[in-house]
Design a protein around this ligand. Structure first.
Ligand code: NAP
Ligand code: GCO
Length: 269
């Protein structure tokens, strides 16, 4: 019988930011399947918090606590971490999942719009990681997983702020690894490919004439499997990076992209 105990999250508490739905919710679900003791998630609105609570309930997940907190609110995040320590216990795993994208040609993008993406997708992971590190350092153990992107490696039209943020998040991941590895804290990232979630829904919408969105066809041609990935497919890689099975993995960006980064793309017929 294989011994998979190293992949277990038994007894572990995990905070997944912005995990009301989408990728974060599916990562949290996988953590529960791997034996996590308590899942904590936060939302920036009461509405999104309730959506999350309803989603966890519908999935039969009861060991979950949701809190109202905007990840860009440094004071609010510090207060949230203190509350989690009081009400749940130690934070063994942090997943910096919360994120937004704005698809606007750079020369038409207002400074404030650019800044908002940077604040949520890059500054907030710094804020949240900085808030959980002291306790992890004390325990000399911890897992931080940042959610990067294809845009941590590649650019494309209209996503300048997002690519800058996700490229920075790749290096923030490597720097947290470098600075805190001596405390037995591993910081890695998952770089999802193109995942069917609300964030990418506009790229998959049917056209007025019922035809496929050009970007939908484009991405399927760029993915060897010829399809968008399901958010559930990120669960296994996330469990691996959250578990002791990855204690010797640090500063790594694990691309879960169906092979996009390896593939030149299907030749148009
Ligand atoms: P999503 O469906 O748009 O979900 C994003 C979640 O983050 C939402 O629950 C959102 O809450 C929350 N959020 C946004 N800003 C927040 C803030 N300031 N404070 C707290 N929560 C906040 O996106 P997703 O597709 O699941 O993506 C999740 C992560 O994966 C993001 O970092 C994204 O960049 C990354 N990613 C996505 C893909 C993809 O193809 N989908 C690929 C690579 C990487 P609200 O409900 O309030 O908006
Ligand atoms: C886009 C998409 C992508 C995905 C993801 C790819 O507009 O190109 O939203 O950015 O969200 O980041 O890995």
């Amino acid at each position: 019988m294989a011994d998979l105990s190293n992949f277990s999250l038994e007894g572990k508490n995990a905070w997944v930011t912005g995990a009301s739905y989408g990728i974060g919710f599916n990562i949290a679900k996988a953590f529960v399947q791997a034996g996590a003791k308590t899942i904590v998630f936060n939302a920036r609105s009461q509405e999104s918090l309730q959506v999350g609570l309803d989603n966890y309930k519908a999935a039969g997940i009861t060991n979950v606590k949701g809190y109202l907190c905007d990840v860009t609110d440094e004071k609010g995040v510090k207060t949230l971490v203190e509350t989690i320590h009081k009400e749940v216990g130690q934070i063994d795993i942090l997943v910096n999942n919360a994120g937004i994208i704005k698809r606007i040609p750079m020369h038409e993008m207002a400074r404030q719009e650019f800044q908002e993406v940077i604040d949520i997708d890059l500054v907030a992971p710094y804020i949240c990681a900085s808030a959980v590190l002291p306790e992890m350092m004390e325990r000399r153990e911890g897992k931080i997983i940042n959610i990067c992107s294809m845009m941590s490696e590649l650019g494309r039209e209209t996503v300048s702020a997002y690519a800058a943020a996700k490229g920075g998040l790749k290096m923030l991941t490597r720097n947290i690894c470098s600075e805190y590895g001596e405390y037995n804290i591993q910081c890695n990232a998952i770089g999802p490919g193109y995942i069917a979630t609300p964030q990418t829904a506009p790229l998959r919408e049917r056209q007025a004439d019922g035809s496929r969105h050009p970007f939908d066809s484009f991405i399927c041609a760029k993915t060897p499997a010829g399809r968008w990935l399901d958010p559930e497919e990120l669960g296994g890689p996330a469990v691996f990076l959250a578990s002791h099975a990855s204690d010797a993995v640090n500063g790594h960006i694990l691309y879960v992209d169906g092979g996009i980064l390896a593939y030149i793309g299907k030749q148009p017929k």
